[in-house]
Design a protein around this ligand. Structure first.
Ligand code: UDP
Length: 246
């Protein structure tokens, strides 16, 4: 039985990082495609405007709170989530786990060269995972069949999809039935960070739920999109104080 917390109609899994890792490892023992998404406040808010995205998130096999805002929302709702489970951390925990010796990974997404650099950096750090295929994230609709063929011919267990949100969630959902993998994770900018082309917020910002502030400083053009963060919290508060119909 899943332990979830409903946030604006989306069931977010109430799991610690260790529990999330165990669930993900469990997926690898089952013979079907599983989906894991890691929404932050922006995506949770985008899903309020986009019913298709909301349905995709609702259908995930595991939905973990990537952002401090999602954890805050659960507290406002009176059902606090155990902790923030960032997609970047979850992916890295899986890489470092003993089971990774027996897992084949496929890195799909990012600008040309990014996934290769990410893999090289992992190997340099002695994180000896098996990456059996790489494909950058810039493609036309016509190229999709070939990409799926490449993935299916590579004996992949875990497909990391780094197309940014919500593109990655929609791509996974649309192609899930055609994919012969055990697990698809939407990992956003994870490959950029692993490649060294992007930097994660310093630990202080991460610990204090201020990763958004660091990102705003580094990527000010995200301002408009980031307004979804306060919008999301306001929506959660409004929903909380709304008189319930008898
Ligand atoms: N990206 C991609 N194909 C696209 C759009 C984006 O591969 O058509 C990649 C982009 O290169 C980056 C990643 O998706 O590596 C995350 O993009 P972004 O930072 O915009 O998304 P977020 O981290 O906010 O989900």
């Amino acid at each position: 039985m899943r332990n979830t917390v409903n946030i604006l109609g989306i069931p977010v899994d109430n799991v610690s990082m260790a529990e999330a890792l165990n669930i993900v490892k469990g997926f690898l023992n089952e013979d079907r495609v599983h989906t894991v998404y890691t929404p932050n406040s922006e995506i949770m808010m985008a899903a309020q405007r986009d019913p298709e995205l909301k349905e995709i998130l609702c259908q995930a096999d595991l939905l973990v709170p990537d952002g401090a805002g999602v954890v805050l929302a659960s507290k406002i709702n009176g059902c606090p989530l155990k902790e923030r489970v960032a997609g970047f951390d979850l992916t890295n925990m899986l890489f470092s786990d003993d089971t990774s010796k027996n897992i084949n990974y496929f890195f799909f997404g990012g600008k040309p060269g990014v996934a290769e650099e990410a893999y090289k950096n992992l190997l340099d750090r002695r994180i000896n995972i098996n990456v059996v295929g790489i494909r950058n994230g810039y493609f036309t609709k016509d190229e999709e069949d070939e990409i799926i063929r490449q993935i299916n011919n590579s004996n992949t267990d875990v497909l990391l999809v780094a197309l940014g949100a919500p593109k990655q969630e929609k791509w996974i959902h649309e192609n899930k039935k055609k994919l012969k993998v055990k697990l698809c994770i939407g990992v956003g900018g994870t490959l950029d960070v692993l490649s060294g082309r992007a930097k994660r917020a310093p630990v202080f910002f991460q610990k204090h739920g201020l990763e958004w502030l660091y990102r705003l400083y580094k990527e000010p053009w995200r301002f408009v999109r980031m307004m979804d963060l306060p919008r999301f919290i306001l929506r959660v508060i409004a929903n909380r104080i709304k008189p319930k119909r008898a």
